[in-house]
Design a protein around this ligand. Sequence first.
Ligand code: SAM
Ligand code: SF4
Length: 487
Amino acid sequence: MPATSVQEWIQNVIKPEENEKYKTNGLNFIQAGRIEELLRSQLHPEKAYIRDIIAKSLQLERLEPEETAALLNCTDPELWEEMFAAGLKIKQKVYGRRIVTFAPLYISNHCVNSCVYCGFRSENKQSQRMQLNDEQLQAEIKALVEKGHKRLILVYGEHPDSDVHYISHTLEIAYAVKSGPGEIRRCNVNAAPMSIDDLRLLHEAGIGTFQVFQETFHPDTYRRLHPRGIKAHYEWRLYALHRAMEAGVDDVGIGALFGLYDWKYDVMGLLLQSIDLEKHFDGVGPHTISVPRLEPALNTPFLEKNGSAIDDETFKKLVTILRLSVPYTGMILTAREPAEVRQQVIPLGITQIDAGSNIAIGGYHQDSPDYQRQQFILGDNRSLDEAIADLAAMGYITSFCTAGYRCGRTGLDFMGLAKQGKVHNLCMPNAILTFKEYLLDYASPDTQAIGEKLIASELAALPNPKVKEIVTDYLNRIEAGERDLFL
Ligand code: SAM
Ligand code: SF4
């Protein structure tokens, strides 16, 4: 696209006035100096203070920024063991032993932006550009449904060709495809920040969660890494999810791309974004926080010399601190991470993963890991069935549940349940029921065997006898051929 047309398009899309009401005295909620000062003010936290903070998290209370800053500065190995254990306890208390599973579906990689770390940046001439047409999209969805997927995140580059009308059209197609006993029941979207009017259209099209990652909250670094295009506008992105909530999309997903800047600063940024959303939307913060780490990408030299990459130990710490800071918020760990890292990090507080992922555009139905149509290189290339068997061996039920969204348990309703630690009263039964469907319709014999044992033990562990009775009845009905039964 010629540079002048891109500029005109950007001028038409961005409406800075839509952000104004969320600012305080004209300032946004990320003030770099304040975050640095908070981190400095808690440099040597006392043991007793850290233990008080852990106790507060265990009560499922959201932490204040100075408390998270203290955790970020903790270096005592004994306290770290206590924090890891607390993360695990919180996850168990709020979400139970279940992991919600989805697949990413890349739909278009046309992009006007220049994010220096991304294989899709407009300057990357080695990237093969592609936008799925209706037939290709149907073929992709069919391939995913036939593997057993029920939940997707649809991913798009930032370009006039993938505007809200195109995205809504793709949602309509995704929900319409049926194959055998399967269908997609929830589509989340990761796409460019939009205006409130466009977000209303997305809401009407049946979007699940709208996800936008800030990448880094550090304004100077952000500017350097996003030199051109619509993404160069830091505040348009910073308030993308405030606008989504205002438009009625009340499940929103935030994230930072770890490895771009100081991880402690960006953990603080995620907490401040959660707090600001809670402040403006009746206590409803983000539905999920994603913790992507930078991965290698085709013809992307920035990634070879980047000095902010974080190691696995640090990664575990940042996941744990986020778990303690916002105990009731879902956390997503993607297949960017290799299987061994996922096995270690999931117990620390992760609630959702993708599995059986292929991020080449058209890759599911063509079954090709074509790097020229891929944004970056994945770390975990196991099939859905292998990943599910592995989770089961770790004692986790894979949930394909989409009932919450379809029963209106989103936004305020979901947050209310999560904050009282009651989500698993509904979610664990629904996890069991959707897991049963998967085992009957798609699982290999080995996965079936280990999965059935897990269902039996989780069913026995359901605390409410009435719920147990309903779930037992539903399991029998599923065995007899019914599908999509939920509480
Ligand atoms: N184009 C939209 C955007 O940038 O928000 C939506 C999709 S983008 C394809 C999804 C996310 O991928 C980005 O928000 C970024 O965090 C992540 N990403 C980009 N390059 C990456 C890389 N090299 N390694 C890991 N994640 C990357
Ligand atoms: Fe485009 Fe998103 Fe990649 Fe940036 S991260 S170049 S906006 S696809």
